[in-house]
Design a binder for this molecule. Structure first.
Ligand SMILES: [Ca+2]
Ligand SMILES: [Ca+2]
Length: 325
């Protein structure tokens, strides 16, 4: 009897750890399977997208269809940073995305009508590139950006709050404008493409699609490491001077960084959760600028602005318009 009891004890003693191991392999050891939501719409097939023009500012918006996409970059993408992964499958509702960043002319209309004073003007300083480094200097703002701009250039030296304020002003006529979330921004930037850039992976093609750190910039700032192209602009370029993506959106990559109304977190993709930023949170900016090297000008590349630097000569924004049924 004693032997049977010992054997039974041993069997149970082995069975329980064995079950734990099997359970672990089945449920914890397996790679996470991400399945598309049940009702993921058909991928965009190139059909004509509806366009809306805001009568107050002249800014154009394109209606992006609802869809699903892989957000982030694969581990073998050149120039990738670890915070661009793991890739996460995101479902985006239909919304209208600004065709271009908000122009200086459109921002001027907002200011003329409201008397709005930007954060850079209130604090009396902004971040400019002095030829060797970025410095916070007095007197710079959207009105005095530190380089020549046309009314069609993207507005710069604007904070997240400034961008939200303009969206609120535009929303007073009934249509709801706001900033994009980080997943919405990347969905728009990709235009259905899973390549590193909306036109593919080709660096030479940059010159047709994006204003980045290039030979023009290096002729002004010798020593810069630049893309092997000449896009013709040292600083910001008028919006839509470069070819759009498949959705008809211009300047998603390059020209100016664009605010997303999303709190920056290096581990956001692990948790697949995105939040609006609180007042002290770092905030996501996307797409790279005239200052950015080619590795930073990719659909998945992410940056953020923290409390130390909240606006500057290469940061602007793009608005989105809520879909109306
Ligand atoms: Ca350039
Ligand atoms: Ca941009």
């Amino acid at each position: 009897m004693q032997t049977v009891r010992i054997l039974r004890f041993l069997a149970l003693g082995l069975l329980i750890p064995a079950l734990i191991v099997v359970y672990g392999v089945l449920f914890w050891g397996m790679p996470e399977v991400v399945t598309p939501p049940e009702r993921c719409p058909e991928p965009y097939g190139g059909e004509r997208l509806e366009r809306y023009e805001d009568p107050l500012t002249g800014l154009g918006f394109v209606r992006l269809p609802a869809g699903c996409f892989w957000m982030g970059s694969p581990e073998d993408e050149e120039g990738r940073s670890p915070h661009e992964g793991p890739r996460t499958y995101q479902h985006v509702k239909a919304f209208y995305m600004g065709e271009t960043p908000v122009t200086r002319g459109a921002f001027a209309r907002f200011v003329a009508e409201t008397g709005y004073v930007t954060d850079a003007e209130k604090e009396g300083i902004s971040w400019v590139y002095t030829g060797s480094r970025w410095e916070a200097l007095a007197g710079y703002s959207w009105k005095n950006p530190g380089h020549a701009q046309t009314e069609e250039d993207p507005v710069v030296h604007v904070s997240l709050q400034d961008a939200r304020a303009m969206a609120s002003w535009m929303s007073r006529r009934g249509r709801q404008y706001r900033l994009p979330s980080e997943p919405e921004w990347e969905y728009g930037a990709r235009g259905g493409s899973s390549a590193s850039r909306f036109w593919g992976d080709d660096l030479i093609a940059l010159a047709s699609y994006a204003n980045v750190a290039d030979f023009s910039a290096r002729s002004r700032f010798p020593g810069w490491i630049v893309a092997p192209v000449d896009d013709g602009f040292v600083f910001t370029s008028p919006v839509a001077a470069f070819l759009p993506n498949a959705y008809g959106l211009h300047d998603m990559l390059g020209n100016v960084w664009e605010w997303c109304d999303t709190r920056y977190s290096a581990s956001a993709y692990q948790h697949e959760r995105f939040f609006r930023p609180g007042p002290k949170d770092p905030v996501v900016i996307r797409g790279g600028s005239w200052y950015t090297r080619p590795e930073g000008v990719r659909s998945a590349s992410r940056e953020f602005m923290g409390r130390g630097r909240r606006w500057g000569q290469d940061v602007g924004f793009r608005l989105v318009l809520e879909k109306r049924d």
